[in-house]
Design a binder for this molecule. Structure first.
Ligand code: FES
Length: 349
């Protein structure tokens, strides 16, 4: 079998890619932790730059790259297969390299409807087992038919033996329908965790942070924020939560209390399709517009966002136009598919 060598310029890390394997898969297989989220070519989290060598995209064109980016040497590493040895620029994620991804059974110990279409699940780990993860990461539920469903972990890592998930009911989604209608307390699920590279960076502690979530994109931000609080991290942090109408702000009181009890935290909401009687004082429009209304100049901010791909894509472009540093925008993009993995077999809940 043909093999290609890949070198990462910043760290000097090297690994080999088998013929027919993507650069990302090979890197992860050999412990080189590159950023990724969707793994299907739509989110752009895995973007790298080719210093030398070439790649091809056997399945479909790299959706998250423009022609201009390709011409400038960009590559989507979750889709790209080498056609020769490569030297690439890519950000290596050191913080999660040592965290072991594990499969384990978990027991459902709580199932609570938080809003019409959002269910909170609490899962109990096996006795004496702990799940090590970074706040912001996600897990996959492994189904008997071999399919997987991805959900962000909403609880902080300090909660040692329990995991909280926020499951949005998807019309036509068999799995979420099953969770809402049939899953019972004490049922056992199998999970694989932790996954993903969405977590708070601590390399620039002077930068204020913007957290922006759409719908159940609130979940990983909740984990991250509770983790920061437990570490007494006092960086200024403004949480924006965008939903269609007020009734979808399923943990509004929790978020409001974070802001009320901590001087360094602010909390704002945005309603894109406000219902009759919704609060007129809250921003009406898309959540990224609410961010820009308050922060027209985003230089100096670290931005963390979680939500569906369309939201992430529009926000990212708009934020860069408003001086956000593209290297300091971190995101987790997820899709609510119709009975397809929640994380589109293409995007960084
Ligand atoms: Fe590659 Fe999302 S585009 S991980």
């Amino acid at each position: 079998m043909k093999q290609y060598k890949v070198k990462i310029t910043s760290s000097g890390a090297t690994f080999t890619v088998n013929e027919g394997e993507t650069v990302l898969t090979a890197a992860l297989r050999q412990g080189v932790m590159l950023p990724y989220s969707c793994k299907n070519g739509t989110c752009g989290s895995c973007k790298g730059h080719l210093e030398s060598g070439d790649v091809h995209y056997p399945f479909h064109p790299p959706l998250a790259l423009t022609r201009a980016e390709i011409a400038a040497g960009a590559a989507l590493l979750c889709q790209a297969e080498p056609t020769e040895d490569l030297v690439i620029q890519a950000r290596e994620i050191a913080a999660i390299r040592d965290i072991q991804v594990r499969k384990m059974p978990v027991r459902v110990i709580d199932k609570t409807l938080l809003a019409n279409d959002v269910m909170r699940l609490k899962l109990k780990l096996p006795a004496a087992q702990r799940l090590q993860f970074l706040a912001g990461q996600y897990l996959e539920i492994l189904l008997p038919d071999g399919k997987r469903r991805a959900f962000s972990i909403a609880s902080p890592p300090q909660m040692e033996d329990e995991i909280e998930l926020h499951v949005r009911h998807v019309e036509g989604g068999d799995f979420t329908g099953w969770v809402f209608d049939e899953l019972e307390l004490r049922n056992i699920l199998r999970i694989e965790a932790p996954l993903g590279t969405f977590f708070v960076r601590h390399d620039s502690p002077d930068r204020p942070m913007i957290f922006m979530g759409g719908g159940t994109g609130f979940a990983p931000l909740k984990s991250m924020l509770e983790d920061l609080l437990s570490h007494q991290d006092k960086r200024p942090l403004h949480l924006f939560w965008g939903v269609r109408s007020q009734s979808e702000l399923y943990l509004y009181e929790t978020a409001r209390q974070w802001a009320e009890q901590h001087e360094h935290i602010r909390f704002s909401t945005a309603l894109s399709e406000p219902a009759d009687g919704d609060n007129d004082d809250t921003f009406h429009g898309f959540v990224h517009q609410a961010v820009l209304q308050q922060y027209p100049d985003l230089s100096g901010f670290d931005i963390y966002m979680s939500g569906p791909p369309a939201m992430i894509d529009a926000s990212r472009a708009a934020f860069i136009e408003h001086n956000a540093d593209r290297q300091r925008i971190f995101f987790d993009s997820f899709e609510f598919g119709l009975d397809v993995p929640v994380r589109v077999l293409a995007k960084p809940h």
